[in-house]
Design a protein around this ligand. Structure first.
Ligand code: TMP
Length: 208
């Protein structure tokens, strides 16, 4: 049976895994099914998001715990922002697609500092909503890094083979540690096949 209630969908993956492309394809697909879609991302454009971007670019230095705490603060704001926060947009009838969410905190900061602390801070926070579906685009870190260097002149602090390898392993730990609905999609195939796999994962929550 069709479920027309607005849905909160998260797109996750290593840097360079093709999230941006697949997110745009998913947005277009949901639009073609008559859905109203709001696309958002983390870190957000809030003041806290700015602090995070400065740290990710290497412009300022933050400890792993500071990063984990800042991401939680940014995420609470992202949920609660009365103008275009996740809760507000869902209440207004939009499906929300979010580029990264607490899975990234657990996979990235959770591999650098205490995993359980990061997990609890996110999962136990009453002001952080649980998604209806998380789509994880899986790809070998070496391929991710090749794509990053082909497409950009600057890199961020986590974009090294060692870090991305540890983060990828940790994503699987995250998916065991949370009870959310997760679709793991291998993205070594061509863009259209990956988009098809994303669509079938999403169809399953709408009953299309
Ligand atoms: P992106 O803009 O390419 O998605 O990059 C954002 C970076 O921030 C990426 O390296 C992953 C990192 N990140 C975390 O480490 N923890 C988080 O909670 C989030 C949302 C992102």
């Amino acid at each position: 049976m069709k479920d027309v209630t607005p849905k909160f969908i998260v797109m996750e993956g290593l840097d360079g895994s093709g999230k941006t492309t697949q997110l745009a394809r998913l947005e277009a697909y949901l639009g073609s099914r008559g859905r109203r879609v709001f696309v958002t991302r983390e870190p957000t454009s809030s003041v806290t998001g700015g602090l995070l971007r400065d740290a990710l670019s290497g412009e300022s230095r933050r400890s792993d715990c500071e990063m984990a705490a800042l991401f939680v603060l940014d995420r609470i704001y992202h949920n609660q922002n009365p103008i275009c926060g996740i809760n507000k947009m869902l209440a207004d009838g939009y499906d929300v697609i979010c580029d990264r969410y607490y899975y990234s905190s657990m996979a990235y900061q959770g591999s650098m500092t205490d995993f359980e602390w990061v997990r609890r801070m996110n999962i136990d926070c009453p002001e952080i909503r649980r998604p209806d579906l998380c789509i994880f685009l899986d790809l070998d870190p070496r391929v991710c890094l090749e794509r990053i260097s082909a497409n950009r002149t600057t890199t961020e602090i986590y974009e090294t083979e060692d870090t991305l390898t540890a983060v990828r392993q940790n994503y699987y730990r995250v998916f065991d540690a949370v009870e959310d609905r997760i679709a793991v999609i291998d993205t070594t195939a061509d863009i259209d096949s990956v988009a098809d796999a994303v669509r079938s994962a999403v169809n399953s929550i709408f009953g299309f």
